[in-house]
Design a protein around this ligand. Sequence first.
Ligand code: IYR
Length: 222
Amino acid sequence: MSNANNFIPYQRETFDAHTMQERARSFYTWMDQRRTVRDFADTPVPKEVIEDIIRTASTAPSGAHKQPWTFCAVQDPAIKTEIRKAAEEEEYTSYHGRMSERWLKDLEPLGTDWQKPFLETVPWLIVVFKKAYEVGADGEKQNNYYVNESVGLACGFLLAAIHHAGLVALTHTPSPMNFLTKILDRPENERPFLLIPVGYPAADAQVPDLSRRPLEEISRFY
Ligand code: IYR
């Protein structure tokens, strides 16, 4: 970890206004093509790609630069099966009583249900854990700062990196998620945050015909 007392010059490329406009537009156009996908191909994805995607996620800012995250990348079919079983058990209970009628209705356009076959189909599951606190050398707990914000940002970077690589992902939130702590044998200071299957889309993958709110609706300029 860097020593905060050491400062180095901030060197970066700058762009003229025109180039900047072009870059901003083309990045937006690219990112606007990202879609959450629920049907994956079983085509393998090289481990090195997943490693670089995780490296990109870890470039996100975090409270006091504590980097309060662990990314567990699961390729082992036996572990994927275990995760699917446990997730489906929780999801079954959620879809049959734990979620409100209104919630179920809101999800209808997405076509989700308690069954999660993709948890076994995909080449990789990335399970993101947030580190609520660090354990010092003396065994003392030191709370991290803005943990949800930090890990949320890292997940955003992760999704952008996945899209940039031409792969697709699903931000999956089985609830409750404690089974992931057990299956992946994570320590007490780590809590599951998101479960993100990553791979190629199935050849016949379909996505809901959604549109995004226009700029006028999501922004105010002062
Ligand atoms: N966790 C469930 C339900 C679900 C909830 C929301 I909010 C979604 O946007 C999608 C699904 C599931 O993963 O099916």
